[in-house]
Ligand binder design. Structure first.
Ligand SMILES: C[S@@+](CC[C@H](N)C(=O)[O-])C[C@H]1O[C@@H](n2cnc3c(N)ncnc32)[C@H](O)[C@@H]1O
Length: 256
């Protein structure tokens, strides 16, 4: 289970990961229950895709805790050996990743579109104690328009931020620019091949992206890319079947 996994309902415990996380009001998906997977009652066009703040504020207000609070597995695997510095967690949700980083000594700026989520990050950080709380700062931003700064962070990480292609391109540019020389960019998302599984992704291929798209957004003269893959992991589909799905995982290191 990871930070991006739901807090309750389909938990199998351990390191298993649950599925969720796409901003949309699409209602033709058929698995119901999860707003992120088609049960979101926003009215309007049933095929309408939602990416706005209201969607996410409602999503978080719909339950006292939406995600598990645990860090995402790719973060633990890719960043666990790095020396702590300044980190930016983009689309941090309720802060499972941000708090894990802060607990390991990182000074974390946790940003998200939804203030409801950020309030939970603050509460969780306070609960984790003064040392962790002092290392977590939150800011409500839209990554499509927010200037994350130039070379500000030793680590910029984002997990399961699914945006339309044109917005995604801007977001990748902003995130990569924010990485300091020698720093790391980690981008993790649902891989498009999940659409060919029974996991129940919304039929909105444009919201998914492969590792090549992330790599293509990076200047090859300025970045090393030690990891760019469609990483398999076990999951349980809505009908209880054990299946394999994939995450886009890109870890890039800025040379200059
Ligand atoms: C599926 S959740 C993932 C949360 C967290 N990264 C995790 O793994 O638990 C997607 C998050 O993206 C945020 N988000 C959506 N669009 C955004 C945008 N344009 N700028 C910043 N955050 C955004 C949502 O508010 C939501 O918290």
């Amino acid at each position: 289970m990871t930070g991006q996994d739901e807090a309750a309902g389909r938990s199998r415990g351990g390191d298993d990961e649950e599925e969720r996380g796409m901003a949309q009001g699409h209602s033709g998906h058929g698995h119901g229950g999860d707003a992120a997977h088609g049960g979101h009652a926003h009215g309007g066009d049933p095929g309408e895709v939602r990416h706005d703040r209201e969607f996410w504020e409602d999503r978080y207000r719909s339950a006292p805790q939406v995600w598990s609070g645990r860090p995402n597995r790719p973060l633990v695997d890719e960043v666990g050996d790095l020396a702590p510095g300044r980190a930016l967690d983009v689309a941090c949700g309720e802060g499972g990743d941000a708090l894990w980083l802060a607990g390991r000594g990182w000074a974390v700026t946790a940003v998200d579109l939804a203030q409801t989520a950020l309030d939970r990050v603050e509460a969780a950080a306070a609960e984790a104690g003064p040392e962790v709380a002092a290392r977590v700062r939150t800011e409500r931003v839209d990554i499509a328009t927010w200037d994350a700064g130039d070379g500000t962070y030793d680590l910029v990480t984002t997990h399961f931020l699914h945006l339309p292609p044109e917005v995604r391109t801007v977001a990748f540019a902003r995130m990569s620019r924010a990485v300091a020389p020698g720093g790391t960019l980690l981008v993790v998302a649902h891989h498009a091949s999940d659409l060919r599984t029974t996991i129940g992704r919304p039929d909105l291929p444009e919201l998914f992206f492969d590792p090549e798209e992330v790599v293509a957004a990076l200047d090859p003269g300025a970045w090393d890319v030690p990891v760019a893959e469609a990483r398999p992991r076990p999951a349980t589909d809505p009908d209880g079947r054990e299946i394999t799905i994939r995450d886009t995982v890109v870890r890039a290191v800025r040379r200059r």
